[in-house]
Design a protein around this ligand. Structure first.
Ligand SMILES: [Zn+2]
Length: 246
C-alpha cells in the first residue's frame, strides 16, 4: 500500500514528501495505516499531525505565514449594533474567522458545526459560550480583542488553547485559560494532555465550570489559598478526579 503525506491544512495528498504545500504548510508527517500497523502508532501519528497543525496555526496567528480568512455566513441588519457570524466556510483544517469594519462582530454558536476543521483562529469582538458546538476544533487561538460570553467556554474537544498577548480580558499558559491578571482559572481544555494538573500558585480562584468532561485528567493539585466551590466536582464526569490540597 502506498504511503501518503496528507496536508492537515488544505487536505492535499502527496506520494512523496513535499518541501512545502501550496497552502504554506511544511511540517509533513508520514501517514500510518491503522489496520496494517498498530493503534498506538496511529494515535501517535494523529497527535504528531495535530501538533504540526498547532505550530502552523501559531505562525499564522502571529503573522508569519500569510493566510486568507474564511468566507463567512453573516447576519448584518443595519439596525443591530453587532454583526453576527453564523458560519465559517473555509473547508480547511485551519479556519481563520476575521471581519474588518467599524461595527462589533459576534461569532455565534456552532460556527464550524459538522465541518472538518481542527484549528480555529478567531479574531472578532465576542464569541458565544457554545461557539464550538458540534465541531471538531481541537486548537483554538483567541484574537487580541476577543471576549467570551459570560467568560465560559462550554464542552468541546479542545487540546490546545492560546490567547493573544494583547488580549485585555484573558491570558493563557500551558493551554489553560485564565483571567488577564491570571488570578482566576477559567477553563481547562478537556482534551489537554496529562493525567495530573497543578493549579499554578498565582491562581486564587477557580471558575465553577473550569474542569468539565476531562479526557485524560484524573488528579488536580490545588493550593490551600485557592477559593473554589467543592460542589463543582460533584458531576458524574468529574467524580473520578482526585483533589489534592497542597
Ligand atoms: Zn496544504
Amino acid at each position: 500500500m502506498k504511503r501518503l503525506f496528507c496536508c492537515p491544512v488544505c487536505y492535499k495528498e502527496y506520494e512523496i514528501k513535499p518541501e512545502k504545500c501550496s497552502c504554506g504548510f511544511t511540517d509533513f508527517i508520514k501517514e500510518v495505516d491503522y489496520f496494517e500497523q498498530s493503534r498506538e502508532l496511529y494515535e501517535k501519528y494523529e497527535n504528531d499531525l495535530l501538533f504540526s497543525l498547532y505550530k502552523f496555526t501559531k505562525a499564522v496567528f502571529y503573522g508569519k505565514i500569510p493566510y486568507a480568512p474564511d468566507v463567512l455566513d453573516v447576519i448584518d441588519h443595519p439596525s443591530n449594533k453587532e454583526i453576527y457570524i453564523k458560519g465559517a466556510c473555509g473547508n480547511r483544517g485551519l479556519a481563520l474567522v476575521k471581519l474588518e469594519g467599524d461595527r462589533p462582530c459576534v461569532a455565534d454558536d456552532g460556527i464550524l458545526a459538522f465541518d472538518k476543521t481542527n484549528a480555529l483562529i478567531i479574531d472578532v469582538d465576542e464569541i458565544t459560550s457554545n461557539l464550538l458546538d458540534e465541531s471538531l476544533v481541537k486548537i483554538l487561538f483567541l484574537g487580541p480583542k476577543c471576549k467570551i460570553e459570560n467568560n465560559r467556554l462550554l464542552r468541546n474537544s479542545l487540546k490546545y488553547l492560546v490567547v493573544h498577548r494583547d488580549n485585555p480580558y484573558y491570558s493563557s499558559e500551558d493551554n489553560v485559560l485564565f483571567s488577564k491578571d491570571k488570578r482566576t482559572l477559567l477553563y481547562y481544555p478537556n482534551y489537554k494532555k496529562g493525567e495530573e494538573y497543578t493549579v499554578p500558585s498565582f491562581v486564587t480562584h477557580i471558575e465553577k465550570s473550569a474542569f468539565r468532561y476531562p479526557y485524560e485528567l484524573n488528579k488536580i493539585y490545588i493550593g490551600k489559598h485557592v477559593k473554589f466551590d467543592k460542589k463543582m466536582f460533584d458531576f458524574d464526569d468529574l467524580k473520578h478526579i482526585e483533589i489534592v490540597c497542597i
